[in-house]
Design a protein around this ligand. Structure first.
Ligand code: HEM
Ligand code: HEM
Length: 169
């Protein structure tokens, strides 16, 4: 198992990045489906389960990034800011969804049928409103930022700075 170093991301960083990228692709697909036809709300329990798993993985990934930040490949300020924004949204969006789920007092936080946190004993209106106003909007904003992130990675690769090799090569 390889550790992060100045040239490349290590095994654990790569697994977290890849697993979560696949997870976010799924979240994007479900969110788009909800907007195409209401019948796809049948996918909601998967949206919630995968979303809660992404929140847990995101917290682990943030801790991992902090522990290893001194030995990771160097980046320009603007790339660091971009990755910072990805972290804010990648944690904030599921957190807002999970808080609303809890505050609605209807059902607990479930991951594929296993209840991690039971619902609040009574409705907490402010948190529900916060989720209503921000969860979906910031969710779509995240997808836009991710599209930019992937475009930048490809752009740098084409320019000859083998940036994709740091994460995948
Ligand atoms: C990584 C995580 C997540 C992302 C990127 C994400 C993204 C989104 C997006 C883009 C929408 C569509 C909004 C719209 O059509 O206007 C949505 C809807 C929804 N999400 Fe999530 N979500 C995540 C996690 C969660 C979690 C953890 C929960 C609850 C436990 C949740 C519950 C919901 C619900 C109930 C809706 C429908 C109501 C609404 O549009 O706000 N989501 N999500
Ligand atoms: C197929 C899609 C993706 C590709 C090709 C890709 C590519 C890359 C590359 C090449 C790096 C290393 C950049 C560097 O060292 O300068 C990186 C890092 C990073 N990527 Fe992605 N990425 C993808 C999807 C995602 C998604 C979906 C997210 C988050 C929602 C994400 C979040 C991050 C973050 C936060 C970093 C910084 C390192 C870390 O803390 O893990 N990426 N990505």
């Amino acid at each position: 198992m390889k550790h992060d170093n100045w040239e490349k991301y290590g095994t654990i960083s790569r697994i977290l990045h890849g697993l979560m990228a696949a997870g976010f692709l799924f979240m994007f697909a479900t969110a788009v489906a909800f907007n195409i036809d209401e019948k796809y709300f049948s996918l909601m329990s998967y949206h919630k389960s995968v979303g809660v798993l992404l929140l847990i993985l995101g917290v682990i990934r943030l801790i991992w990034a902090i522990i290893n930040h001194k030995r990771r490949p160097p980046n320009l300020m603007v790339a660091k800011a971009g990755h910072g924004l990805l972290y804010v949204l990648m944690l904030g969006v599921p957190l807002l969804g999970a808080l609303r789920q809890y505050a609605n007092a209807k059902g607990g936080l479930d991951v594929f049928g296993i209840t991690l946190i039971p619902a609040a004993p009574q409705k907490i209106e402010s948190l529900v409103q916060l989720g209503n106003q921000l969860h979906g909007e910031l969710g779509f904003a995240l997808f836009v930022v991710v599209a930019g992130h992937v475009a930048m990675a490809v752009w740098h690769q084409i320019k000859g700075e083998k940036i994709i090799n740091r994460m995948f090569g």
